[in-house]
Design a protein around this ligand. Structure first.
Ligand SMILES: Cc1ncc(COP(=O)(O)O)c(C=O)c1O
Length: 382
C-alpha cells in the first residue's frame, strides 16, 4: 500500500481535508512549478526556459496516459462543461431519439445535452438511481427495457459523483453500442485514480478536469475525442490549431485547415504557461505513485469510513458497488443540514451532495483524518 503522501502538501495536522472530489489542495511541487512560470510572466522580454509548445505536447501525453489514449487524441479545454459543449456540438442527436442521462448527475455534465434534446424534440430518459447502489445492473436493464426506443446518445460517468457508486463502463458501453448509441463520458471523478481505458470503453468523447484527482490547477480540463470524431467543429475559432503557423495566416492566404487529431477542439489561449506548468508538475507527482498502491490506500481509508459509519446510523452503499476513493454517507435528515457546516467548524472537510455526506480522501490523507471525521460524526448523532 502507498504510504501517506502528506509531506508533499501543506496540510496542517489538525486539518482533516477529505474533499478531493470538490478540489484538491495544491502540492508543493505544483506551487513551485507555478512560481517558475509566473516569474517568466514578470519579464516577458527575457529568454524563457519554458517552451509552451513543449509543455502542451507533454501535457497531452501525460493526460492521454491516464486513459490509455494517444497524445493526439487529447484536446485542452477550460472546463468539463466546455468539453461537454464541444461533444454536444459534434454528435447528432436524432429528432425523437433517446438521450440517456443519469438521475442526479452533475449539471456541468448534462445541462448542455438537456438543452440540445429540448431543441431537437428528443426524448430525455433519466435512468433512476438504484436503491441498492447497483448502477450497472439498473442501467443495463433500463437501456434494454422492452419497448423503449433505441438510445441515440448516452452521457454516462464511471461512477456517481454524489456517493461514489461505480458503473461498469465497458459493459454499459457494449450495450449502448448494440443500439448504435454515441457514448460521452464525464470522467471528472475517475481520471487520475481509477483505471480507464478508451480502447475498452470506446467513448466518442471523454472529459476530465485538472483540479481534482489530478492535483492540477483550476480552469484546465482535457477532452478525449475518438479518432472517428476528429473531423468535427470546435466551439471557437482561433489561430493556434491550424496547419499554417499562426503568424502567417492572413485573410486570404494561408492554410486555414486544422492540424491533425483532437487539437482542433483546443480552447483559445490554450497555452497559459502557468496552468500548463502546474498541470505537468501535478501529473508528474501523481505518476510517481504506483496506481494500484494508491487505490489500496484510498480503499483502506473509505473502508475505515464505512466501518465507522456503521455504528452511527449512517447508511453506505455495499462495498461491491463502491469506488475506492469516494463514499457517500446517508444521514437521517435531521442532522444533514447542519452536519457539514458543523464538521467544517471542527476542521473536518467533506461535501454535502444530494442527501449524502460525500467523503473523498486522496494520497495525503491518513487514518487519523478518518478517525477525526468519525469522532465528530459520533458527537453529531449522539
Ligand atoms: C461529475 C462532475 N462533472 C462535472 C463537474 C464540474 O465540471 P466543470 O466545472 O469543469 O465544468 C463536477 C464538479 O464537481 C463533477 O463532479
Amino acid at each position: 500500500m502507498l504510504d501517506s503522501q502528506r509531506r508533499h502538501f501543506q496540510l496542517p495536522r489538525e486539518i482533516a481535508y477529505l474533499d478531493a472530489a470538490a478540489i484538491t489542495p495544491r502540492a508543493v511541487a505544483v506551487r513551485t512549478a507555478a512560481n517558475a512560470a509566473l516569474e517568466i510572466g514578470d519579464r516577458p522580454w527575457a529568454p524563457r526556459e519554458l517552451d509552451k509548445k513543449h509543455l502542451l505536447s507533454r501535457l497531452r501525453e501525460q493526460s492521454a496516459a491516464l486513459i490509455g489514449a494517444r497524445a493526439r487524441d487529447m484536446a485542452v479545454a477550460p472546463a468539463v462543461s466546455y468539453a461537454m459543449a464541444t461533444a454536444a456540438a459534434n454528435i447528432d442527436l436524432p429528432r425523437q431519439g433517446r438521450l440517456l442521462l443519469l438521475t442526479d448527475d452533475h449539471p456541468s455534465s448534462y445541462l448542455v445535452w438537456k438543452a440540445l434534446a429540448e431543441a431537437r424534440d428528443a426524448i430525455i430518459d433519466w435512468a433512476p438511481r438504484p436503491a441498492d447502489g447497483d448502477w450497472t445492473s439498473a442501467l443495463l436493464e433500463h437501456i434494454e427495457r422492452p419497448g423503449a426506443p433505441a438510445v441515440g446518445v448516452a452521457v454516462v460517468p464511471p461512477l456517481h459523483w454524489t456517493d461514489g457508486t461505480v458503473i461498469d463502463l465497458p459493459r454499459i458501453a457494449r450495450a449502448l453500442r448494440a443500439q448504435g448509441a454515441a457514448l460521452v463520458v464525464d470522467a471528472e471523478q475517475a481520471a487520475g485514480v481509477l483505471p480507464l481505458d478508451v480502447a475498452e470503453i470506446e467513448p466518442d468523447f471523454l472529459a476530465f478536469p485538472a483540479y481534482k484527482w489530478l492535483l492540477g490547477p483550476y480552469g484546465l480540463a482535457f477532452l478525449y475525442a475518438s479518432p472517428k470524431r476528429q473531423n468535427g467543429r470546435p466551439l471557437e475559432q482561433h489561430m493556434n490549431n491550424r496547419v499554417e503557423p499562426a503568424l502567417r495566416l492572413a485573410d486570404t492566404v494561408g492554410d486555414y485547415s486544422f492540424r491533425e487529431g483532437a487539437e482542433r477542439f483546443d480552447q483559445g489561449e490554450r497555452d497559459d504557461i502557468v496552468a500548463l506548468s502546474m498541470a505537468t508538475g501535478a501529473l508528474q507527482l501523481l505518476g510517481s505513485w504506483d496506481r494500484s498502491s494508491l487505490l489500496e490506500r484510498l480503499r483502506a481509508l473509505t473502508d475505515q469510513v464505512a466501518e465507522g459509519a456503521a455504528g452511527l446510523n449512517l447508511e453506505v452503499a455495499d462495498r461491491r458497488f463502491r469506488a475506492p476513493h469516494i463514499i457517500g454517507l446517508k444521514p437521517r435528515s435531521e442532522i444533514f443540514e447542519s452536519a457539514v457546516g458543523s464538521l467544517a467548524s471542527q476542521n473536518v472537510f467533506v461535501s454535502p451532495r444530494r442527501g449524502f455526506i460525500r467523503v473523498s480522501p486522496h494520497a495525503y490523507n491518513d487514518p487519523a483524518d478518518v478517525d477525526r471525521l468519525i469522532q465528530c460524526l459520533r458527537k453529531l448523532v449522539s
